[in-house]
Ligand binder design. Structure first.
Ligand code: GLY
Length: 326
């Protein structure tokens, strides 16, 4: 286990007003602080997503509305190049989006390969609430979104188009997961009653093949929860997460009694073993966040560079560097 101590950047929420940054030195493994409500999200953009989700929760909204509202912040932010509007396109220059959402009763909804809709998480929620299905994909997902009143819009920003044109000069597929310190946003929430909710949304791997779908819309891979046990979510190279049913396995390990940090580490180790001699090893990164029924939580990644945001009454809204394997 990595024993180093980490910096926490603490963004003071107060009543979700102005924020400031302070630093303090605490151990990475904050598992001892069992409490709820609590929200954890992947990467530094998780801070603003947490802030919005927390505001919704404090305003009396339910957990599913809170996680939806939270990740919509990243989806709408063109500076977040790995989620929603402004996300990097596939190799054809088309932005395609994947998202899923899950509630305390194991209801879940998902969209994959969705184009021209800014908030795939809201479409995923409607799949969950208003269809007999769990997942809609491609044109079917788009038609469904339009039928529910979603507007179509261009999601490829000038900046992303410029980067895509530059990428085409060499056309090498080599995902850079820690780019600008973010990737997929995954959010887990435990509410006042100890009930669990989760959401996950992404524009997927930059320069992927047209039609490629990652882990993020797949319940059990990008996100999974069991309200009796805990919740887990993933970020990083989707193919590696899918191969291990990553999030479902983290939850199953917590069911067997492993604390969240250990559960995440065991799955990262499994991924590491599978991929160590594979062609994607040099650029492979995966990270998991997990929270159990007591509100204990952790984040863990294969390589250095993954951080996650934790929001609760004790920590307010903090960015933690995750422990990592190599
Ligand atoms: N984890 C996001 C993706 O691989 O699509």
């Amino acid at each position: 286990m990595n024993k180093r101590r980490n910096f926490i950047k603490k963004s003071i929420l107060g009543t979700v007003g102005a924020s400031s940054l302070i630093k303090c030195d605490v151990p990475t493994n904050s598992n001892a602080q069992a409490t709820y409500p609590r929200i954890i999200s992947t990467w530094n953009h998780g801070l603003s997503a947490n802030k919005e989700a927390w505001k919704n929760l404090m305003d009396g909204k339910n957990g599913i509305s809170a996680v939806e509202a939270g990740v919509k912040i990243s989806e709408a932010d063109p500076k977040v190049r790995s989620v929603g509007y402004g996300g990097f396109p596939d190799r054809e220059g088309i932005v395609t989006l994947d998202a899923c959402i899950m509630d305390k009763n194991s209801n879940c909804g998902s969209v994959s390969f969705l184009q021209n809709i800014k908030h795939p998480i809201s479409v995923a929620r409607l799949v969950m609430e208003q269809t007999p299905h769990v997942m809609l994909s491609g044109k079917g997902a788009l038609d469904f979104a339009i039928s529910k009143g979603f507007e179509q819009e261009e999601l490829l920003t000038k900046e992303s188009k410029k980067d895509w044109i530059k990428w085409k000069e060499e056309s090498k597929y080599k995902p850079v997961i820690n780019i600008e310190n973010h990737d997929t946003i995954s959010m887990l929430l435990i509410d006042n009653n100890g009930d669990l909710f989760g959401a996950c949304t992404t524009s997927g791997a930059a320069w992927k093949m047209h039609g490629r779908v990652g882990d993020s819309p797949i319940i059990g891979a990008g996100l999974f929860l069991d309200n009796e046990v805990g919740a887990a979510a993933a970020t990083g190279l989707g193919e590696a997460v899918i191969r291990t049913s990553g999030s479902a396995m983290v939850v199953e390990l917590m069911r067997q009694g492993h604390p969240p940090l250990e559960a995440c580490k065991l799955i990262v180790d499994r991924i590491s073993k599978i991929h160590r001699s594979g062609p994607d090893w040099d650029y492979l990164q995966v990270g998991f966040i997990a929270i159990n029924k007591k509100g204990e939580y952790a984040g863990y990644s294969l390589k250095k560079g993954f951080d996650y945001a934790v929001c609760d009454n004790e920590n307010q809204n903090s960015l933690l560097k995750a422990d990592y394997s190599i």
